[in-house]
Design a protein around this ligand. Sequence first.
Ligand SMILES: [Zn+2]
Length: 397
Amino acid sequence: MMLIKTGLLIDGTGGAAHPTCYLAIENGRIAGRGQAGDFATADVAKAVDFSPYTVMPGLIDTHVHLFLEGISDLKARTLRWKESKDTILIRAVNNLALALRQGVTTVRDLGGPYGINALLKKAVSQGVTVGPQVLTACQAISITGGHFHYAGGREADGPEEMVKAVREQAKGGADCIKIMMTGSVNFIRQDAGVVELSQAETQAVVHEAQRLNKPVAVHANGVDGVRQALSAGVSTIEHGALIDEVTADLIAASQVYWIPTLVPFERMLDYGRNHRTKTLPAEGIEQVYFRHQAMVLRAYQAGAKIVAGTDAGALGVEHGDVWREIGLLVECGLPPVAALHAATGLAAKAVGMDSQIGTIETGKRADLLVLEGNPLMDITCIRKIVTVFKNGKEYPR
Ligand SMILES: [Zn+2]
């Protein structure tokens, strides 16, 4: 048994922070929380003193693609697709280590080629490699020729085949099911193209996934795609750009988890301003992004569950960039306590892992972040990492 003496304690439940206390850690889990008097004097004397620091739960990135880094050069990105499976796998191992260094103790991979995400999940859980716990959708499911099919996706057509595709992912070790409802945002036309899955296909996926107890994560942009996902009863909306006020309110009313992935939009805007390419015009990105931010705030104020996810691997988005997403949620107008909740306790609920992770409570895994300063007062403190614990084991920076 090990005792940690905390400074400020942010427990990840979204409530007020606690003053200095002691956390007992045993067998990788939080075994208790209390004051000095609650523990044996000998243990208190040996406690690790983090009292000058803030202690909070490890961060959860609910949307990543481990096979890819956030390369900002469009040509280099194209070449990356042609690399061998072995090279991509080695890069992915590095991406995992990078995320852990930034305080991320759980990632959810929402699709990639060669079964790499499932391989990494196993490698981390067996201690073969160091990284955050990996949850995965295995292959993202799309219609034939649909969005992201080129990234090792599972193409399926018709309700029957959708059911088969869902079962295949479950067989491969998937923790959730990912479907591609629409394309990505076209910043010139300011649209997300057609809704790719039919209503019947969407319902077939959700029905089968629910039967197998797997949450469904839906890549959807635009009013029609998001609404079709909502009406099918999915678990998380990924991205959700280009929606209107009514749809933002529907998201809030539905109690779905919304993962707006602000970082890729902010990074793309940065790219557009610096490169002046035709396909990524700064003005177009700006309009989409500012509207997206406004809808996130509107939905939050209407009671929506806004959750942090980075889409790490997207243009300019590196693994471990959850600190950016947290900062951008605050920039949207969310209070810091909500932005931190979005990457801890609420994120754990969104990925169906809240019995294990996300909050500092007895019985949960000892995934902890030790920070300089108080992120509730200054959100940039989320980057001032002193050390990280995962399953009670320390990974010093
Ligand atoms: Zn993605």
